[in-house]
Design a binder for this molecule. Structure first.
Ligand code: IMP
Ligand code: MG
Length: 188
């Protein structure tokens, strides 16, 4: 367990409002998601897991170890946020996967679905590459977006509509290393 002194050491003593999902809660849910994903694909069919960096890196690492199917991995880097907590509405692809999607079962792994801009920009682009199937797995979903081109097939948690940090999620690149997910105190 993490005590408040440890938390301070990792946040620099800053701005944490509360722990929303503990490390134990996350681990249990990720293991469950791994079982759900495993059950969704035939035993001998490989799955390409595409992680959206940077936010999904810890989730992805934990999730793929819970999937009992042949898995290959690749990553995309998309940037939709500047330094703050507001979306710019613009998604730039900074790094594209090397893997060929054509004919493959593909799972796009997202840390959090917020405005849905990222999904709405990436899904048509990935679908155009002719995957055999294409699904989204999101650790967190704020259910703010009503115009998603595709709903995630797997969602870890229906998240509160607060700014969340930790377990890969950042605020201005900080807090990604927190083992739990917390919410940030609103600025005074
Ligand atoms: P969307 O395109 O608005 O759905 O947002 C997608 C990206 O914004 C996510 O992959 C995150 O990197 C970032 N994001 C959205 N909400 C949060 C949050 O509460 N905390 C940290 N990052 C967030
Ligand atoms: Mg981010």
């Amino acid at each position: 367990m993490l005590n408040s002194a440890d938390t301070d050491a990792r946040t620099g003593g800053a701005a944490l409002d509360r722990v929303v999902y503990s490390a134990q809660t996350i681990a249990a849910r990720v293991a469950e998601m791994g079982r759900e994903i495993t059950a969704a694909y035939p035993e001998d069919e490989p799955v390409l897991v595409l992680g959206l960096l940077k936010g999904s890196f810890i989730f992805m690492a934990d999730l793929v170890r819970e999937i009992e199917r042949p898995v290959t991995l690749d990553f995309l880097v998309a940037a939709s946020y500047g330094a703050g907590t507001m979306t710019s509405g613009d998604v730039r692809l900074l790094y594209d996967a090397e893997a060929t999607l054509e004919g493959q079962h593909v799972i796009l792994v997202e840390d959090i679905v917020d405005s849905g801009t990222t999904i709405n920009r990436l899904i048509p682009m990935l679908q155009a590459r002719g995957p055999r199937s294409l699904e989204i797995c999101a650790l967190l979903h704020k259910h703010l977006a009503h115009d998603l081109v595709r709903e995630p097939k797997w969602v870890g948690f229906d998240a509160p509509r607060e700014f969340l940090i930790g377990y890969g999620l950042d605020h201005s690149e900080n807090f990604r290393n927190l083992p739990f997910i917390g919410s940030l105190k609103a600025p005074e």
